[in-house]
Design a protein around this ligand. Structure first.
Ligand code: SF4
Length: 260
């Protein structure tokens, strides 16, 4: 048992693969019904919601889209809306000017090139305004059930690194690593479940390793203590800065004197 634990915590390809499959199994048990937290009733609504979710919480997006989706029902509605009106309707999601511009350009392309429908094709989606690989993967996986790739957001980035499934920080490279490790039939649910785990247990600032059911094979168990240590170091920084300034610009005696 101890031997297998040690093996799992090494970085060999086989160990990483094994850990990926352990993660899939554990997450499936923990969050059997995990799904996208954004509310939508059509592929177009999901596409708009995902564009709005950039730098914004899903809760806020759901509040905004409640009224938005009542008013704008088809791609043509967004395409012909006065831009300022659309901006005001999504204002509280932040970066509203850019988002409104992208949603309108995206919906105009849907009307002109796809008969007003959201295409079920990754290449056709990623060329739309405001749509990158992440958004395209969410829409294809969640609205159409097409496993086009693995959705990599801030939670998937953090947890994939902590769990030792990747060493990358770039979303596209992380996705490539995960695609190699996971069976395609797991791609859609894996992201949803990892995001849930990231929100509930393995949070950015206070990961609850002692409550985590992935702890038996996670190489970063106890990371909370390291984060706490890093935070203390940051809090101590001003004192360090003073001594660095003193040694760089003045003799210790002078520096001491200037503080009096
Ligand atoms: S053991 Fe800690 S670092 Fe690892 S997944 Fe769980 S909460 Fe995150």
């Amino acid at each position: 048992m101890a031997e297998s634990l040690a093996l799992q915590r090494t970085g060999s390809k086989a160990a990483v693969k094994e850990r990926a499959l352990q993660t899939v199994a554990a997450l499936r048990e923990l969050y059997p019904d995990a799904e996208c937290a954004l509310r939508y009733s059509s592929p177009l609504e999901l596409l708009v919601a995902v564009i709005l979710s950039a730098q914004c919480t899903d809760e806020r997006v759901n509040i905004v889209t409640k009224d938005l989706f009542r008013k704008y029902r088809k791609a043509a509605d967004y395409a012909k809306a006065p831009l300022e009106e659309l901006e005001q309707a999504i204002r509280s999601t932040g970066f509203y000017r850019n988002k409104a511009k992208n949603i309108q350009a995206c919906c105009r392309a849907l009307v002109e090139q796809h008969g007003g429908e959201v295409p079920q094709d990754l290449q056709a989606l990623v060329v739309l305004a405001g749509v990158g690989r992440k958004t395209a993967n969410v829409v294809l996986g969640t609205a159409f059930g097409i496993p086009s790739g693995v959705v990599v957001d801030t939670h998937v980035t953090r947890l994939s690194n902590r769990l030792g499934l990747t060493k990358q920080t770039d979303a596209v490279k992380i996705e490539q690593d995960l695609i190699k490790l996971l069976p395609p039939e797991e791609w859609i649910d894996f992201s949803h479940r990892l995001i849930w785990h990231g929100r509930r247990i393995c949070t950015a600032r206070k990961p609850l390793c002692e409550e985590c059911l992935l702890a038996s094979f996670c190489p970063k168990i106890g990371v909370a203590k390291k984060l706490k240590g890093a935070k203390s170091a940051v809090l101590r920084k001003p004192r360090k800065k003073q001594s660095a300034a003193a040694s760089a610009g003045q003799s210790p005696a002078k520096a001491k004197g200037s503080r009096r």
